[in-house]
Design a protein around this ligand. Structure first.
Ligand code: UFG
Length: 346
């Protein structure tokens, strides 16, 4: 049994990218992570820092049983679908996993008298509202106007959690991630999405000759070099934010949301240059049209996370992000040869 300051934490989706890094960070802080995952997109080999329960979040009984068996009073909820483009063609899946699935977890949490729920939210809750604030840092108070069904489900999820927390007496934290990137320097865990749609892994695969040449989506944005600015935050920094969110003193029924980003942007061309420096070869690429729905700039103001969570990015320097990502993609511990079903991501 953990002492009062060491928590047993049910980590839904803990076999996925950010979940696996968070399980490691929890264990390193003396907590007891228990991963709950249906392995529809996560990897069993990513679960190395805690027990594993094979289960689906939409099965409320299974979540309730996991909470009863482990006596977990804290939940970090990662499980869900993440691919923005696919959310446009399959909103049914996104609402079923990200909203109905969340309701199932919260129902089990309320019955089990869970004390704290931490939720994977996203900068996607701001969506095109960011367009009115080009090149400014986004604070939590910026208007919320998701530009995709994915963003809609994250905003709905935040509202659902706030309402459940208020009614059932647990406290909750939503972390709005900007662009998660990089890999743990141990080489044991890293990014392995199937299919992969993100800039950094695609550009590294192109540079290493494992993947197709990259298309740069748009060079006519109102940014210094014409390509989009994004706030790349190292996955180990994201993991540390989750640990801080579990440990944050909060009154029962309270809900708070935080932006988790490095607080500075990098352009697509800057990312390609960093990959060239790390690989010794420029990622082969062509210049293409803008991708629908891409805002010019999405950069976090992480001041509130700093103030309330005591969180500061420690390893989100772009060169470090790229070096750790390149090391992982040169020798991934899992995920390279066993494609998962497209779009079902935990
Ligand atoms: N990009 C390219 N070519 C590619 C892929 C991406 O030029 O082949 C560009 C995009 O246009 C964008 C930047 O690289 O400017 C980053 O794109 P990613 O797809 O890596 O990431 P996004 O910023 O689109 O998405 C991230 C998260 C989502 C989240 C979103 C919030 O991955 O989960 O931020 O807006 F919803």
């Amino acid at each position: 049994m953990a002492s009062e300051s060491e928590h047993t934490v049910l980590v839904t989706g803990g076999a996925g990218y950010i979940g696996a890094h968070t399980a490691k960070a929890l264990r390193e802080r003396g907590h007891n992570p228990v991963v709950f995952d249906n392995l529809s997109s996560g990897y069993r080999d990513a679960v190395r820092w805690g027990d594993f329960i094979h289960g689906d979040i939409r099965d409320t009984e299974a979540v309730a049983e996991a909470l009863a068996r482990t006596q977990a009073r804290h939940i970090i909820h990662f499980a869900g679908l993440i691919e923005v483009g696919r959310s446009v063609s399959r909103p049914d899946l996104f609402w079923a996993h990200n909203v109905t699935g969340l309701a199932s977890v919260l129902q089990a949490a309320a019955k089990a008298q869970v004390q704290r729920v931490v939720f994977s939210s996203s900068a996607a809750v701001y969506g095109q509202a960011a367009a009115g604030f080009e090149l400014d840092l986004l604070s939590e108070d910026n208007p919320k106007a998701p530009a995709s069904p994915y963003g809609d489900t994250k905003l709905a999820g935040e509202k659902m959690i706030a309402a459940y927390a208020s009614a059932f007496g647990f406290s909750a934290v939503a972390l709005r991630y900007f662009n998660a990137a990089g890999a743990d320097p141990s080489g044991l865990i890293g990014e392995a999405h199937q299919p992969e749609t993100h800039l950094i892994p695609l550009a590294i695969a192109a540079a290493l000759g494992h993947g197709k040449p990259l298309t740069v989506f748009g060079t006519d944005f109102p940014t210094p070099d014409g390509t989009c600015l994004r706030d790349y935050v190292h996955v180990d920094d994201l993991a540390a934010a989750h640990v801080a969110a579990v440990e944050l003193p909060l009154a029962p029924s309270a809900f708070e949301a935080f932006n988790i980003g490095a607080g500075h942007g990098a352009s697509v061309f800057e990312v390609l240059a960093a990959i060239e420096a790390a690989c010794g070869r420029a990622p082969p690429h062509s210049l293409g049209a803008r991708r629908a729905g891409d805002p010019a700039s999405l950069v976090a103001d992480p001041a509130r996370a700093n103030r309330r969570l005591g969180w500061t990015p420690r390893c989100s320097d772009l060169d470090h992000i790229i070096r750790t990502a390149v090391a992982w993609h040169k020798a991934p511990a899992y995920g390279a040869t066993s494609p998962q079903p497209a779009g079902i991501l935990s």
